[in-house]
Design a protein around this ligand. Structure first.
Ligand code: LMR
Length: 293
């Protein structure tokens, strides 16, 4: 975000280390100013007047854990940050990276609703890394520049809820049915691939930072009046039976300008969607129940 020319003021918040990280970042010769805020008593000051809030807070997975296993710790963190957002920057675009994303976004929605400031067009779950991974894997498989690959990845951000729509890939994905099956599972399990490789030292941070910065950059481009800014993101939705669902969105000055809905699905992808919906519904209900109680 420090490299993004659309950023004017960069505020960092964490329970430790932010003054040092902020001092370090502030020496990068881009025009934004950088401030570090540390400890819960400084959360309100970090958020005051923000236009965009990106939340990667919380604990990461260790091998053998699912994203849902992080719920007990991370749900409370999302609740506290959302409560502070409602007080300090109720009009901000909020992008949640914290896992389980499928549950944390509904929690934030409920907390913002309780505070009377919820705008479904301004609350996003970041699923950009699923798109980034799909582009990387497909680009290398087809021997084309991953940056030239376009593919919608819809649904949610965990396991079977991640739905790469390979039939709509540009350039056309030319693998066999077995390749399509294997690539779909690889994209769905790509986070776990990193968790295993890091062997207890956490989950994806570098590729996630890249993906989060791309998504936040797209929010800023939309805010700045740029046209045709399109990203897939997990948002409140009536496209399927799941009340939160990721589809391609047009981003504008007020957040979601248009939800482009489901891409065309083939029979294999329709089956994937069927498998995802019950899981998503459970994930969403867990978040809503937590916030209500
Ligand atoms: C990812 O997709 O890499 C992140 O959601 C982190 C994780 O736990 O997999």
């Amino acid at each position: 975000m420090k490299l993004n020319p659309l950023v004017t003021e960069l505020s960092l918040f964490d329970i430790v280390h932010t003054p040092g990280v902020a001092a370090d970042l502030s020496h990068i010769d881009t025009k934004s100013t950088t401030n570090g805020f540390k400890g819960s008593e400084e959360l309100d000051s970090a958020l005051k007047g923000a236009d965009v809030v990106v939340i990667p807070a919380g604990v990461p997975r260790k091998p053998g854990m699912t994203r849902d296993d992080l719920f007990n710790v991370n749900a409370g963190i999302i609740k506290d940050i959302s409560t502070s957002i409602a007080r300090q920057c109720p009009k901000a675009m909020v992008a949640i990276i914290t896992n389980p994303v499928n549950t944390c976004v509904p929690i934030a929605a409920e907390i913002l609703k309780k505070a009377g400031v919820y705008d479904p067009n301004r609350l996003f779950g970041v699923s950009t890394l699923d798109v980034v991974r799909a582009r990387a894997f497909i680009g290398h498989a087809l021997n084309v520049d991953p940056q030239k690959v376009e593919i919608p990845v819809i649904g949610g951000h965990s396991g079977v809820t991640i739905l790469p729509i390979l039939s709509q890939c540009k350039p056309k994905y030319t693998g066999s049915d077995a390749d399509i099956q294997a690539l779909t599972v690889r994209i769905q399990e790509a986070g776990t691939e990193v968790v295993k490789a890091k062997a207890g030292a956490g989950s994806a941070t570098l590729s996630m930072a890249y993906a989060g910065a791309r998504f936040a950059g797209s929010l800023l481009r939309g805010l700045n009046g740029e046209k045709n800014v399109i990203e897939c993101s997990y948002v409140q939705s009536n496209v399927t039976e799941a009340t939160f669902f990721s589809t391609p969105l047009v981003l504008g000055k007020n957040g979601i300008q248009e939800n482009l809905g489901l891409p065309k699905l083939n029979d294999f992808e329709k089956k994937l969607l069927e498998a995802a919906i019950p899981e998503l519904k459970n994930n969403i209900k867990k978040g809503v129940d937590f916030a209500k109680n």
